[in-house]
Design a protein around this ligand. Structure first.
Ligand SMILES: *Cc1c(COP(=O)(O)O)cnc(C)c1O
Length: 422
């Protein structure tokens, strides 16, 4: 399969005359279409809600689009909770799935009525001490340990993960919560990241649904919701096949009917906390080729760097690259596409076959909508880029300006020579 950018060369050039490259661009139509498909896939479950994982992309303009499509937010920090509050998400529409959580973040989450999802057994006491009471609704995060396999061999090692609690702790946790007056209970687990298989959610659902039955048998607690969390992946590589969310929803439905309903748990709400699947494919990084270098390898230097998109440098992750306007030219050149950091891992592509790239060409780096801008940093004093929304009607809007040196120096306000710099 080939990967096609959602923006043409002409449109990218038009925008780049107005907004300097590099910039992330997002596809409103794609975001909405996908969000509706997610909703449709789980419409069999009346309580279903997707809580968009804000850490994947914290731009409020984009989150508002998802809000209009019926999503809530899943937060991992104080600022994400603040953003959710500012966007007028209310109570049950906010999930707080954090770990190693500071007391003030628990307090704020409770203040705005977010559903608190506890990462550890000891957090029950910590939360009660922090708030002076426990909320009426609480969720617990499970870690089954061992190695987690799905039928097609994709797996991860929950045993090495810092998240969640053991089954014994979980059972004890529900007993303790109930004895302390908690009334609504949830269960959460996130076991494998970026799965490109329709089997992950159904397999996780079987694990969690069976556990819900066991929880009911052993503690008498009937769960109100089960949160399948994130981990549904996207095809970063052109050879990969995209997940079919309708098939995933239908498969979760049959496990639900098989395991939960016969156990008298047929009114459990299903929640998800997808980040990557909701936004990943609907963002791209537009960057200009500004240098070519011929040494032991052929390099193309672009005006973006790992500060704008860290995944290749951090995980060696593949991001497809299209040279805009050269979609139909043969990929007969082998390049390393590099950024300007003084870090040899600052490469968007290594030994990538691409068409001949000339200075001034615009490159579209695919699938940057999730864990793209959001993961950025300021190493080498590099500034973060702008973000642009390509609207459904084909027009565009600046939804975050690029950082300026003033932003970079802003936290040195105690150091008075900075006044002269900005
Ligand atoms: C990161 C994260 C998510 C989102 O994960 P994706 O892989 O982007 O879907 C959801 N929930 C929690 C608790 C997370 O840490």
């Amino acid at each position: 399969m080939s990967k096609t950018p959602f923006v043409t060369k002409e449109k990218a050039e038009e925008i780049s005359r107005d907004i300097q490259t590099p910039f992330h661009i997002y596809d409103e139509k794609g975001i909405r279409t996908n969000a509706r498909a997610v909703r449709g896939a789980f419409s069999w479950n009346p309580g279903f809600r997707e809580y968009f994982a804000v850490k994947a992309n914290a731009n409020p303009f984009l989150i508002r689009i998802l809000q209009e499509e019926g999503c809530g937010t899943d937060c991992s920090s104080l600022t994400e909770l603040m953003l959710s509050e500012a966007l007028e998400f209310r109570g049950d529409e906010i999930m707080f799935s954090s770990n190693d959580t500071p007391a003030e973040e628990f307090s704020f989450a409770e203040k705005i009525g977010a559903i608190i999802n506890l990462d550890d057994f000891t957090h029950i006491q910590f939360l009660e001490y922090t708030l002076g009471h426990l909320p009426k609704t609480l969720s617990l995060r499970y870690n089954p340990g061992g190695v987690y396999r799905i039928s097609n061999g994709i797996m991860d090692n929950p045993e090495d993960a810092k998240y969640g609690m053991t089954k014994e702790q979980l059972l004890e946790g529900y007993r303790l919560l109930r004895s302390k007056g908690v009334e609504r209970f949830g269960l959460h687990a996130f076991l494998v990241s970026n799965t490109v298989t329709n089997d992950y959610y159904p397999s996780l659902a079987r694990t969690l649904f069976s556990l819900a039955v066991e929880i009911k048998e052993k503690t008498g607690v009937s769960l109100s919701f089960i949160n399948l969390s994130g981990g549904v992946g996207i095809p970063y590589e052109p050879e990969q096949t995209a997940n079919d969310i309708a098939a995933i929803g239908a498969a979760v439905h049959s496990v639900y009917d098989e395991v939960l309903t016969p156990a008298g748990l047929g009114d459990v709400a299903i929640y998800t906390e997808m980040g990557r699947f909701m936004m990943g494919p609907y963002g791209g990084l537009v960057t200009m080729a500004i240098h070519e270098k011929h040494t032991y390898k052929e390099y193309v230097g672009v005006d973006a760097c790992a500060v704008n998109l860290m995944r290749p440098a951090m995980y060696g992750a593949y991001h497809h690259i299209t040279v805009l306007g050269k979609e139909n030219e043969p990929c007969d050149r082998k390049y390393d596409v590099v950024g300007s950091l003084c870090e040899n891992n600052d490469k968007f592509a290594v030994d990538r076959m691409l068409p001949q790239i000339d200075r001034g060409d615009l490159l579209f780096i695919h699938d940057t909508g999730a864990h793209g801008y959001a993961m950025g940093y300021n190493y080498n004093g590099k500034l973060k880029s702008a973000e642009v929304l390509l609207k459904e009607d084909g027009s565009y809007a600046l939804i975050r300006r690029a950082e300026t040196p003033r932003d970079y120096f802003a936290t040195f306000d105690c150091f008075n020579i900075i006044q002269g710099l900005v």
